[in-house]
Design a protein around this ligand. Sequence first.
Ligand code: MTE
Ligand code: HPA
Ligand code: MOS
Length: 748
Amino acid sequence: MINIDAQNHVKGQSIYLDDIQELQGTLYALPFDATVAHAKIVSIDLEAARQSQGIVAILTAKDVPGENQIGGIIPDEPLFAEDEVHFRGMAIALIVGDSEHHCRQAAKLIKVVYDELPVIVDPREAQAKGKLIVPPRTFRLGNTTDAWAQCDHVFEGRSDVNGQEHLYIETQGAYARNKEDGSIVVSSSTQGPTAVQRTVSRVLGIPMHKIEIDTVRLGGGFGGKEDQATPWAVMVALATHLLRKPVKFSMHRMDDMRMTGKRHPYSADFKIGLSKDLKILAYEVTHYQNAGAAADLSPAVMERTLFHSTGSYFIPNVVATAYSCKTNLPPNTAFRGFGGPQGKFAMEAAIVTAADALGVDASEIQKANLFAEGDEISFGQIMTQVNASKAWDDCMATYGYADRQKAVADFNASNDRFKKGLAIQPICFGISFTNTMMNHARALVHIYYDGSVVVSTGAVEMGQGVNTKMVQIVTSIFGIHPSRVRIESTNTLRVANTSPTAASAGADLNGKALEIACKNLLARLKPVAFADADPESMQIMEEWVYKGNVKTDLSWTDLIMKAFTMRVALSENAHYATPTIHYDKTKEKGHPFAYHVYGTALVEVTVDCLRGTYDFDRIDIVHDFGQSMNTAVDNGQIEGGVVQGIGWMTLEEIVYNEQGRLLSNALSTYKVPDIYSVPKQINLKHLDTEGHELAIKKSKAVGEPPLMYGIGAYYAIRSAIMAFNPSATLAVDAPYTPEKVLMDLYKK
Ligand code: MTE
Ligand code: HPA
Ligand code: MOS
């Protein structure tokens, strides 16, 4: 089935926030933000700005009727700065006027006097000074202290990995309107409508039932709108609440890049111990997460880093610690993989460090330690239905690794200027929100008496195709044509108390709830079809009712009208909560993931050793989709994820100066992958597997895991550099921008 949005996207007819028809009298909002990263606010002079043409109001913390607080996990983030600013881009005031242009003119007239304080941008410095978002956490398995003595080889090192700009094509934005009795409706480009609703309620000091959040779709979120769509929606809601006018805000790209958080940069120290047959016996790692100036989702991201700190590998003795370090940068946030990729990157750094020192191919260590059935992960979950080696072996066989290795060696032996590198990247990603209580969802289905169906769930469509999957669930149960099914916007009035669409679990959680709703409706329709026969023999295929395998003269529409006249309820609301999962934070043990997604990628790169530039010749993937319910959508997730992962590891470099000012603040200074930098070939094979019961229709979650194939890009480049400059000791420090590659090619 083709993506239900394909036609409208291509014709430009899909509705995003900026396409919503504006009401007459709509005002425009513009946040005014800090121009220093850490300071006491001595004074704010708004007078001239208030007199400026077209300005209706300038709101600050003093105008907040409820709590001036938007922190989700920890209440440490004011909506508007009060006495201090903690990062450049922190909102101080909201300018509201009759046009965006007038707001921008007024912004120039606001005068803030700061008393500047020391700025910290480095997580290790923050940790040394005791500036932590939450206390550190440690996951332990076995006993590393004893294990070191049994190791034949022990290596230590450090790895650093940069952040990443989400660069959703649609920037942040929201549009608020009044309803009756002080109720408000906010259209928000958010992954988490309920989070927005709750925070509007908190800041305005009015109950959640007076606030309706509506989300049609996002032009991409990638985690950047899980938490960080909230402030803008709250600001316009506040202005609407106080001014009784519709208020809209749609962010400019450079403002979005400057003011919002990104993927967390991490720095890590590791120690790895191996036996002589390359089994990893012990691993210790300490992660320093650069959280930025407020918690946002950092504690949860840090947790997932720990959950994925041993990557795809079984290690019997582990100590993994993580610090969430408070710096004067915009609060960093969710980004595809949610800290998992950073945990994995350090693990791969440890393996490569060991491989280089031992003079073996990193793949030998990787292969020898892949998770197998019954293995225990550092947090106590026992691995079942493990496809790690199956995906690895299939990838090696399908794409002829041995021959490829030889071809690369031959190429490198006969070329001076160009060198090739190969790297293998096995992935293993846990599916479920790490916070067990978030793993539930609801769906609401109405069958209208003309036979058309409307569906609401908590899932937010952001390009990942979740709505198409929802249609497939309905059509497969009702046996009707997709044109009969419409997926409504995600709306807090229709589906309440939702988790954000995140953790790759959107389709599983909402899909399972929808499946239950449809099955309940079908069960009610069966006795309507035949009063006399066994209702269980009823099935619907291609819009006709069958008794067993015999087609009756009852169509879907007849059946629905008959049910209506018999006064059978044609609406259903269902709830699903993932079974089997649990976690005990006091012990750091449990079973937090419903299942894992596996796969293996082989990356090949050619480095121009004169220029430091590189081309990805190909990436060859074997991926565990389970039983993919939509190969077009799922293959698209792999391709997009891979390219985003490669971008993170290669071209995309976020640079802040010592004063916490973002230097890579536009697309001219922040390079993302384009058609020239993507691999020349992306080969993808579906691993032949059963799928998992807890995956919707046995079709495994696919959103985040493929990003981690991109990590192979870093190590492939590194391998090519080593072929050119074998005696160099290279730091493990991503991304490998061409400048850094050039430096390493000629490093002594
Ligand atoms: N794909 C597109 N096109 N746009 C997005 O914003 N977000 C990713 C992934 N794939 C994203 C995407 C992230 S971070 C997640 S968690 C999942 O989609 C969320 O959707 P799902 O739970 O339905 O997989
Ligand atoms: N993944 C993504 N988003 C989240 C999670 C998670 O595990 N927990 C809270 N938000
Ligand atoms: Mo995705 S980072 O869980 O929104």
